[in-house]
Design a protein around this ligand. Structure first.
Ligand code: SAM
Length: 241
């Protein structure tokens, strides 16, 4: 049926495409994608041939309007280069426009690096905050970390190899005591998840420059352990009532 289908694709291991994703890619009228070469390769691997249209949220307003209009008659799949559309990837404007125009939207779940990193890290996951990429300018990066430091949750960032050391340096300054996980090359042959404090991880990755894609996770602030005096006061209070 016509409408927009958000299709998650693998983040490394091609086995992570879902049966439902393959089914929709086979049945849709065309695929809107970030990079036609990247998606072309995936389609070839799946043995599916469909028209591919380049789309990102910076595409001209008119192009987006035309695409949305076409969805009244056509089933359009949206994919990005890897993972779940819109998670630090294009798609938001398209979905927003479809909602406004009354075009049906269906989201097909699948791989998302943030979730894989979170589950693999062993850091608390009852509360987490996904914060995307840190700003590339030093001052903005530190300001962002300072703003996030007080939040009682595991923080999840997207990162790249060449920038990891800079982010760890900023973390060392702003949150030196927080447990960190560096999750790299997820679902791929050289998948790795390394835990430690910013200081130790900096020393390690300084000696072993990290390659590939990275999810950087920061555990929540330590729960305050009541001091002996606090505990005594609490006990007295409890006994008095
Ligand atoms: N939409 C994607 C998703 O659902 O995960 C994320 C796209 S974002 C442009 C790319 C970033 O995702 C990378 O810089 C990295 O932080 C993370 N990422 C993607 N694939 C990864 C992988 N296999 N291992 C670790 N991180 C990955």
């Amino acid at each position: 049926t016509p409408g927009l289908y958000l299709v998650a694709t693998p983040i490394g291991n091609l086995g992570d495409i879902t049966l439902r994703a393959v089914d929709i890619l086979k049945r849709c009228d065309g695929v809107a994608c970030e990079d036609t070469r990247v998606t072309g390769k995936l389609m070839k691997h799946l043995g599916i041939s469909k028209p591919l249209w380049r789309y990102d949220d910076h595409s001209e307003h008119r192009d987006r309007e035309r695409l949305v209009e076409s969805m009244r008659e056509r089933a359009v799949a949206l994919v990005t280069d890897a993972g779940t559309p819109m998670i630090s990837d294009p798609g938001y404007r398209l979905v927003n426009d479809c909602r406004r125009e009354g075009i049906p939207v269906t989201s097909l779940p699948g791989a998302c690096a943030a979730v894989v990193g979170l589950t693999l890290s062993g850091l608390p996951n009852d509360r987490f905050l996904f914060a995307g990429f840190l700003p590339s300018k030093e001052k903005a990066r530190k300001d962002t970390l300072q703003e996030l430091a007080a939040i009682d949750a595991t923080l999840v960032f997207y990162e790249t190899g060449p920038r990891l050391l800079k982010s760890l340096a900023a973390l060392k300054e702003v949150m030196p005591e927080r447990e960190i996980a560096v999750a790299r090359e997820l679902t791929k042959l050289h998948e790795e998840c390394r835990r430690g404090l910013a200081d130790g991880l900096m020393a390690y990755y300084d000696a072993n420059p990290p390659k590939g894609e990275i999810v950087l996770l920061v555990g929540p602030p330590d729960e305050e352990v009541p001091s002996d005096a606090d505990a005594d006061a609490m006990l007295r209070e409890a006994l008095e009532t």
